[in-house]
Design a protein around this ligand. Structure first.
Ligand SMILES: Cc1cc2nc3c(=O)[nH]c(=O)nc-3n(C[C@H](O)[C@H](O)[C@H](O)COP(=O)(O)OP(=O)(O)OC[C@H]3O[C@@H](n4cnc5c(N)ncnc54)[C@H](O)[C@@H]3O)c2cc1C
Length: 506
């Protein structure tokens, strides 16, 4: 064993930074090779209309036993539970359905989601691989005594769950829907953005790791396991700048979407089962569109200071597939959250739209290579979203308050270092997604490769796949395994087994 190992980490996202943190605190030397000119990966902020916003995650999913929430508290990050806020659903004809029907529809959707998790957990083994979450919704709906109109509303509304899984729900595997379940507890919006959380996780790495930015890794050579001749079994990394690095071991945190496109970067070739696992798990397409107005015109209850009255303002708006405006022949619903409802001083007159799957891809393709400062960029987003936000209360085409002052669209699908997508998901056809995740996680232990580990949201504990929490835990887990392998363990840092969900503790 190398007494003072040098570990290379590919990627400075949450998983890579957390991995570096634990390794460094245990006395390990760490170099991080990051393709971009910044750290954070999918956790990143920009500004729209002078307001700082998250381009990637802006929720903490399941704020129960969640280290990201704890970090949020420690760093003074402001979080907000929008649950009590007013939720308005616009039907296909563009008019809000009554609160009574809306509540009935939302109750159905959320009850059915809970039942689908339970059903997937209990009967996963016997569920055919082609059965989708949408099939489950349809079947459950048949068992209700809803009117035909209510049934259609429920079906339309459940499609919006696509924004959670990052693709259409008719593609979401029912068999493995349980892998989408999150840590218990409420979902919180991170009102003051993820910035302080990221800064906190990155602190040790920034202080003590050698972080090499603008170093996209192109080749990873691991020593074959049967190679007894090498005194040191080092992993060699080559980057696009032509630089070679050698490390005792390497942790690869590149997103699943990147791995899918770059299995040829590994030599010797990855074991077939590992390659298969990378292929089997899907990669979602969630994008965000921010539209800032001079004033939150949809907040029609502005005079009252009573919290009760203020909650009558629209916090969530769901726009079901519109029949009143032409659109491409693909799923074209929209969902937005009002950032004007955030606690002060973080509130601003911005609507955040979540768009996913084919619809999201179409919107991003329309933007092509347009500069965000260009008139065409602005017009493209307005043309897409105006048919939706114009249905909100208080809208008038003549009112200057209803004309966007700033617009911003994410384009993760165009971002090779985000794997051309958003986060992993589990689509129909996948046969053993849980084993696939375990295979990718098993890293160094698998096949002929030595000294190579995988971390990242796609290797997270099952309760946190696809989330920042999962990325954090995955980096922590690999760091712990590396330390154990080198016989390092009590470098003054508690690497708690119980900080990880039990299914992941090895
Ligand atoms: C639009 C969107 C919304 C989301 N919303 C939420 C949310 O609300 N809540 C939540 O919990 N999660 C959310 N997520 C998911 C969350 O962002 C991720 O799970 C998490 O940030 C992943 O961290 P990671 O370290 O695994 O990967 P990343 O953050 O992607 O880090 C990987 C790093 O590797 C680098 N890299 C890639 N290829 C190379 C290479 N060849 N060489 C060197 N470096 C490379 C990348 O630049 C990146 O810095 C969202 C994601 C997106 C895109």
């Amino acid at each position: 064993m190398t007494p003072n190992p040098h570990i290379g980490i590919i990627g400075a996202g949450i998983s890579g930074l957390r991995c570096a943190d634990i390794l460094i605190q245990n006395g390990v030397r760490v170099t991080i090779l990051e393709a971009r000119d910044r750290i954070g990966g999918r956790v990143h902020q920009s500004t729209v209309g002078g307001h700082v916003v998250d381009l990637g995650p802006n929720w903490i999913h399941g704020a129960g036993e969640n280290p990201i929430r704890t970090i949020g508290e420690e760093t003074g990050t402001v979080i907000y539970d929008p649950e009590g806020g007013r939720h308005v659903t616009y039907s296909r004809d563009g008019y809000p359905i009554t609160d009574e029907v809306s509540t009935k529809v939302q109750d159905f959707v959320w009850t059915t989601i809970a039942e689908a998790f339970q059903y997937s957990n209990d009967h996963g083994v016997n569920i055919p691989v082609e059965r989708s979450l949408f099939d489950f919704f349809r079947e459950r709906l048949q068992q209700t005594n809803f009117t035909d109109e209510e049934k259609q509303l429920c079906l339309d509304a459940c499609r919006l769950w696509g924004a959670y899984v990052g693709d259409q729900v008719d593609k979401q595997s029912l068999k493995f829907f349980h892998l989408e379940e999150c840590v218990d507890g409420s979902n919180f919006i991170v009102a003051s953005t993820y910035k302080r959380i990221l800064d906190h996780i990155a602190k040790t790495a920034i202080a003590k790791a050698n972080i090499r930015l603008n170093e996209p890794v192109t080749s990873i050579k691991a020593p074959p396991r049967n190679n007894q001749s090498q005194a040191k079994h080092q992993v060699t990394i080559t980057t696009a700048t032509g630089t070679d690095y050698t490390f005792d071991q390497v942790v690869v945190t590149c997103p699943l979407g990147w791995l899918k496109q770059n299995t040829s970067a590994f030599s010797p070739t990855l074991p077939p089962r590992l390659e298969q696992a990378i292929k089997n798990i899907s990669y979602g397409r969630l994008e965000k569109l921010y539209v800032t107005f001079p004033r939150a015109f949809w907040h029609t209850n502005t005079t009252s200071t009573s919290p009760k009255t203020r909650t009558r303002n629209t916090v969530f708006a769901q726009f079901l597939e519109p029949s009143y405006t032409p659109h491409p022949n693909i799923e074209w619903n929209q969902e937005c959250v009002s950032l004007a409802s955030l606690p002060e001083p973080h509130a601003h007159p911005t609507l955040l739209f979540y768009t996913y799957g084919d619809g999201g891809a179409e919107i991003i393709n329309r933007l092509g290579g347009l500069a965000p400062s260009s008139l065409e960029y602005r017009e493209s987003i307005i043309q897409t979203l105006q048919p939706f936000y114009s249905r909100l209360p208080g809208y008038s085409a003549e009112n200057p308050d209803c004309v966007p002052v700033a617009l911003l669209a994410t384009q993760w699908q165009k971002d090779v270092f985000a794997g051309n997508g958003s986060y992993s998901n589990f689509q129909v056809g996948v046969e053993e997604a849980d084993v696939d995740v375990e295979v990718i996680r098993s890293g160094d232990g698998i096949g002929p490769l030595r000294g190579l580990w995988f971390a990242g949201e796609h290797t997270a504990p099952f309760v946190a796949l696809g989330t920042t929490t999962g990325a954090f835990w995955s980096g922590e887990r690999v760091a712990r395994l590396v330390c154990r392998g080198f016989g390092i363990g009590d470098g003054g840092v508690e690497v708690k087994d119980d900080s990880l969900p039990s299914e992941d503790v090895s």
